[in-house]
Every structure is written in C-alpha cells, then in structure tokens.
Design a protein around this ligand. Structure first.
Ligand SMILES: CC(=O)N[C@H]1[C@@H](OP(=O)(O)OP(=O)(O)OC[C@H]2O[C@@H](n3ccc(=O)[nH]c3=O)[C@H](O)[C@@H]2O)O[C@H](CO)[C@@H](O)[C@@H]1O[C@H](C)C(=O)N[C@@H](C)C(=O)N[C@H](CCC(=O)O)C(=O)O
Ligand SMILES: Nc1ncnc2c1ncn2[C@@H]1O[C@H](COP(=O)(O)OP(=O)(O)OP(=O)(O)O)[C@@H](O)[C@H]1O
Ligand SMILES: N[C@H](CCC[C@H](N)C(=O)O)C(=O)O
Ligand SMILES: [Mg+2]
Length: 498
C-alpha cells in the first residue's frame, strides 16, 4: 500500500495532482472491468479505445485515484494525477508500488523470434529439478511452482507483469524464467526489472507490422542485453546466452558487456551439439563444452529443439546448475503443448500440431517432419490477421517447397477478411509449387483439417501449423472455441466411421 504522494515522488517528469495526495492506493489496474476498491485506475490510450472513457466507471467500482493525461469529469472525490505521458509515469510508479520484485529474484529472460516458449519451459524444468522455487511467464500461461495462472500476452504490460512478479516473490519464488517479446522490449513493459541471465534464440522475419524493419526488430531484442549489461559491478553474475549460428548474433554480442556463453551446431561455440539423431517422439545428440560433455536423450525432436535445449543448458549453467542435474532433467522433460505435438487417434499416419506461425518456424517444422522420412507431408496452415502481412506469401512458398500437399486455411483472421488472407498466402504457394504438385485452399479450418485427414495415407505426416496450444479462433465476429488437436481427433474418428 502506498499513498498518492509517495507514488508521485517516483515520477521523473512533471505531474499535477488534483485531490487529496494522502489517499492510500491498494492496487493498480488499467482495466475498468477488473477494478477493485482502493485501486489507482490508469488511463491508457489503446488501439481500440481510450481508457479515459472508462474512468468514471472505474471510480464507481471503487478506484480512488486516476492516472490520466488530462483532467476528467469524475464522480465523487477521486484523486486525479495528470502527466504528459501515462506510459512513462507507469514505468516509474508501478515497480516502486510493488517494491521492485524483479530485483529481488534471479531473473532469466528469453528473447528471439522462435523458440522462446520451448526454451523457457526447459529452463523452468531444469531449475525446478535443481530444487529451486521457480516462476514462469510466457505465451501459454504463468506458472508459480506448477500452479497455472492465465496470461493475456507473451510478456504482460508493466502493471500485470509487476503484479505477477510480486505474487511470485510473496510465494517464495527465487528464480523467474520469462519470455521477453520484442513488443515488450520496444514498449518497455519490462521496466523496473534487472535480468541476470538473458537468452537469444534467433532473429528471423516476424512482427514487421509493428517494427517495420529488421533493424528496428533487432534493436528491440538488443534492449534485453543492454539491460543485463547495465550494472558493471555485478557483471560476474550476469550472463548472455547467444545462438552463435544465427546471422544476427553479432549484433546481439555487440551490445553485451557481461559474461557471454555461445551455443550452436555449425560454428565454434562454448556449447556445441553434434551427432543428432531424430525420431518422431525423441532425439539424441552429444553436447560438448568447457563445463559439459554428455550424450543427451530427449523426448522432443528436431534440430530446432537441439538449439532450444542448448540455450536452456547454457542458462541453467549460468544459474549454477551442475551437469548431472541438467542431464537428468532433460531426460524427464516432456514436450510443450502445441509444439510438434502428436495427435494419436489410432490412425496409420502421423498428425503433428505445431505453433509455427513464422516463415522460419514453418520451414523448421517442415524440415523436421521430412527428417522422419514420411511417404508424403500434408501441411494445413494459414496466417493470422492484423499481423505482419508480408510473411503471408513467404510462408505460402515455404509450404509449397517443403510439403507435398499444402492446404491453405484460416488461422486467427481477427478483424480481417479470411478470404483475402488466404489469397495472399496462396499467391506464395503458387510461386513455390513444382510442376504437377497439388494444393488446396479451404478457408474453414475445420474443413481443411478434415480434408487433410481424408487425403492422408499410411506413412504420411499431416502437419497442422500455426495455432499449436491455442484453444480458440479469433474471428471478426468474436472468439470461438477451436482446438486443432480436438478437430484432428474428430477428423480421424469421422474417417474411420466411413
Ligand atoms: C496491439 C497491442 O499490443 N494491444 C495491447 C493493448 O490493447 P489495446 O491497445 O487494444 O487496448 P484497447 O482495447 O484499445 O483498450 C485501451 C485501454 O482501455 C481499457 N479498457 C477497455 C475497455 C473497457 O471496458 N475498459 C477499459 O478499461 C483497456 O484495459 C486498455 O487499458 O493493451 C492490452 C493490455 O495491455 C494488451 O493486452 C494488448 O495486447 C494485444 C492482446 C496483443 O495482441 N498484442 C500483441 C501484438 C503483442 O503484444 N504481442 C507480443 C508478442 C507475442 C510474441 O511474439 O510472442 C506479446 O508480448 O504478447
Ligand atoms: N529455435 C527455434 N528455431 C526455429 N523455430 C523454432 C525454434 N523453436 C521452436 N520453433 C518453431 O516455432 C514454433 C513456436 O515455438 P515457441 O512457441 O517455442 O516459440 P516462441 O518464440 O515462444 O513463439 P511466440 O513468439 O509465438 O511466443 C514451434 O512450434 C516450432 O515450430
Ligand atoms: N504471438 C504471436 C502469436 C501468433 C499466433 C498465430 N496463431 C496468429 O494468430 O497469428 C502474435 O501475436 O503475433
Ligand atoms: Mg512464446
């Protein structure tokens, strides 16, 4: 609990207070729908609406103060804190309100275009095996010692993030593993956090709707490595774990003024993998380096997961976990939901549900499927609406080049017309098709999955890409329940009944 006055003292820029500055604040929220008595309501101007519109509603629900850019007409005697930039003020106020939980626990941040969720889950698993109390924040959920909490963004905004961290600290968590998205870095959602270990997985095209150029996208990622390089006197405790095979590794390394541990498969690295052998449900490889020399058996597959595992080993080592514990933990790690997840409903071909929704991840998922030597690959995929449009034809071409039968469908169209999205994807498919190669376009995702299952024969792989763990589909008309794994199972059962 802090007073308005105490909070305002943290604001680095100018501010004005209208009302009683001794009013005590017991919570902070930017959503009028979840306001509790005693809260400070923060008015963010968003993509769809302006939070200021809901300020009166928030006060009626119990907010005792409002953070706003302009004076508002509010009921009762709610305090108004007026600042030129609400986001900047929030970055000053919120970590202070929660007593900087992100400075009191070991903070492990994972960034990169692909592999953040998988790598974070492996690190979480290893740190738990090492006996630590661990928290996790990422795309699928937040975990506090295995208790699941819902999360709305891969990296939540400053308010939700600090609230999660405070809860973790209160529950005795000592290590937090979190995905740090490029949106979060660009928008400073991670204000008030000092990272101890930072992982770079890779950088390939995505989110250009937001970053516009790959240079800006890289600059956002670099902010995580600048963060861990800030405090020179604790340098020894801070380590960057960098995928040296990635073309953007050099850009990341330039910003690191801390310990660096590189990993890779192609170039010389501190942690190097070799002799990979892959099967549908497992893989094995050798890892060598100054602190590790081990043959690893994993229950996940694909070269991309070798990279994720190397990154996780590096992070666990930086956090002081020994080789034996790491080895044992990796053997007991089971897959992440919706990441190369097999659907087994008694069919004589494989069905893989995967979260590949970028050009690089789609290519990696398809080449992993190819490494299993299937008779054919049928790939059901699409692209999300209200997201980087330029990746649509690229993903279309990749699917045509690496699958035998690409089937274009809808992902989450959001506010866009699904027909228009699939046309943009299909344009790329047509570019990549070999003479005589068959492709289909079926806008309804359920129908597309049913069609793939109908076409599949013994020894084939059906790869259903893009939505992974998601159990919903976001349409212009609202969000509906939709789970690729359930639909695939239904499709197999329907095919059997025929
Ligand atoms: C484009 C974007 O980033 N949008 C974020 C933004 O939502 P918004 O601008 O649409 O908000 P809005 O609906 O206009 O509302 C404005 C304000 O009014 C408030 N409001 C609104 C309605 C109401 O009744 N009462 C009320 O108080 C809202 O709480 C909000 O504070 O603010 C919300 C709250 O912080 C975010 O959840 C939301 O992320 C959306 C869900 C999103 O999809 N973001 C993506 C682009 C994103 O951030 N992705 C990254 C990367 C993912 C990855 O690659 O892994 C991520 O970290 O998730
Ligand atoms: N290291 C990697 N390199 C390339 N592709 C990967 C890698 N790891 C996973 N993938 C592919 O990307 C998909 C998403 O993986 P994951 O969820 O771990 O990434 P993410 O970075 O968390 O994604 P998001 O940005 O959506 O949160 C996987 O289903 C797989 O196809
Ligand atoms: N974190 C990613 C998730 C994309 C998932 C995909 N199914 C889509 O909707 O495009 C994003 O918000 O861009
Ligand atoms: Mg993720």
């Amino acid at each position: 609990m802090k007073s308005v006055n105490e909070l305002c003292k943290q604001i680095k820029g100018i501010y004005n207070v209208d009302g009683n500055a001794n009013t005590m604040i017991t919570g902070i929220s930017s959503d009028s729908r979840s306001i509790e008595k005693g809260d400070l309501f923060v008015c963010f101007s968003g993509v769809h609406t302006d939070g200021a519109v809901y300020a009166s509603q928030a006060v009626e629900k119990g907010a005792v103060a409002v953070l706003t850019t302009k004076h508002l007409d509010l009921p009762g005697n709610a305090v108004q804190i007026m600042v030129p930039d609400v986001h900047h003020a929030v970055e000053d106020i919120v970590p202070y309100f929660y007593d900087y939980p992100g400075k009191k626990m070991r903070m492990i941040g994972v960034t990169g275009t692909n592999g953040k969720t998988t790598t974070s889950h492996i690190i979480y698993h290893i740190l738990k095996a090492a006996g630590h109390r661990v928290g996790l924040l990422g795309t699928i959920h937040a975990l506090i010692d295995d208790e699941e909490l819902p999360i709305h963004n891969t990296t939540p905004d400053v308010i939700d993030l600090q609230r999660f961290l405070a809860l973790m600290y209160d529950r005795g968590v000592t290590h937090v593993v979190m995905e740090v998205s490029s949106h979060a870095l660009a928008l400073n959602r991670v204000a008030g956090i000092e990272y101890d270990t930072a992982v770079f997985t890779n950088l390939t095209q995505d989110h250009l709707d937001f970053h516009k150029t790959m240079e800006n996208y890289l600059a956002a990622k670099c902010k995580l490595f600048q963060n861990i390089s800030l405090d020179e006197h604790v340098k020894d405790n801070k380590t960057a774990i960098v995928n040296i095979d990635d073309p953007y590794a050099e850009g990341i390394l330039k910003t690191c003024h801390c310990n660096v541990l590189t990993y890779g498969v192609e170039k010389a690295a501190d942690l190097k993998a070799a002799n990979l052998s892959v099967e549908l449900k497992r893989s094995s490889f050798d890892v060598t380096g100054p602190f590790v020399n081990v043959h690893l058996n994993m229950n996940i597959t694909g070269l991309f997961n070798v990279y994720n595992t190397l990154a996780a080993i590096g992070a666990a080592h930086a956090e002081g976990v020994d080789e034996q514990t790491i080895d044992k933990a990796i053997q007991s790690f089971h897959s992440v939901p919706g990441r190369f997840e097999l659907v087994e409903a008694g069919q004589d071909f494989a069905i893989v549900v995967d979260y590949s929704h970028t050009p690089d991840s789609l290519e990696k998922a398809l080449t992993t499927a190819r490494a299993m030597n299937p008779v054919r690959i049928l790939c059901v995929f699409g692209c999300g609406g209200d997201r980087d449009r330029t990746k649509r034809p690229i993903m279309g071409r990749i699917a045509a080049e690496h699958a035998d039968i690409p089937i274009v469908t809808s992902d989450n169209p959001r506010s866009e017309d699904p027909e228009a999205i699939v046309q943009e994807v299909e344009a790329g498919v047509k570019d990549g098709l070999k003479p005589g190669q068959h492709h289909e376009v079926i806008v309804n995702r359920r129908d597309a999955i049913f069609r793939a299952v109908e076409l599949a024969q013994s020894g084939d792989i059906v790869l259903i890409a893009g939505k992974g763990h998601e159990d919903y589909q976001i349409l212009k008309t609202g969000t509906i329940h939709f789970d690729d794994r359930e639909v695939a199972r239904d499709a197999v059962l329907a095919a059997k009944g025929r």
